[in-house]
Design a protein around this ligand. Sequence first.
Ligand SMILES: [Zn+2]
Ligand SMILES: [Zn+2]
Length: 253
Amino acid sequence: MKITILGSGSAYGVPMMFNTWGNADSTNPQSNRTRASILIEDEGKSILVDCGPDFREQINKNKVKNINAVLMTHGHYDHIAGIPELPRATKLLGHSIEVYAAEKTMAELKNSFGYLFTGQAEAEPDSKKIEWKVLPDFGQFSVCGLDFTTSLLPHHSIFSSSFRYKDFAYVTDWQELTPEAKSMLQNLKLLIVECNNGFEKAKNGHSDIDNIKKIVADVAPQRIILTHISARVDDKKLSSEFELAYDGQIIEI
Ligand SMILES: [Zn+2]
Ligand SMILES: [Zn+2]
């Protein structure tokens, strides 16, 4: 399995607009972070997780050739803003794309991009279908013949879907583990997990270094990589304690 980190940044990216670096290390090219998204490639299939405002640039920069399906974690802007590009993606690829979202996330998508659900966006010649699929809140589901497991985690006033595929899991936009997620995340070779707040304590629905230490104690993954890093994070200091994801990083497991 090949995992590409398309984006490793928080909602506003690093640097934020007006070239605002905050506590991030502006001298390190790896501190340049677009909005969080990954691509999982295995058994001839390409599965995108989240589709944010940097989607088009991420696809081009990483020379992505195909997308079969998109898994949505939740309905916040930094994870969904690229969704309206998908009808054009189907046209360019010449095949349909399946989009999976939990019931409440699907409702958010309909609310944000209602016209995509009417067939209007597919009226363009040669566009193929977006196939909307509702994810279970917990448990197993299949994407293009690949078996995944999902578990909803609390994230501020909403919930975010976390995903496991084989020995790999991706957990983003979360504030605490639930018993269901704890059992889903056992015996992992690789866990990529959001640490938006770094050393800062902020009640914003995201995790910090203490949550990361707790998840390590709870599920003991062989390798852990932190992502969805905000400009408030002193990433140089954080990288002395944990491995940080960077845009364009490729991991084979
Ligand atoms: Zn986010
Ligand atoms: Zn969020």
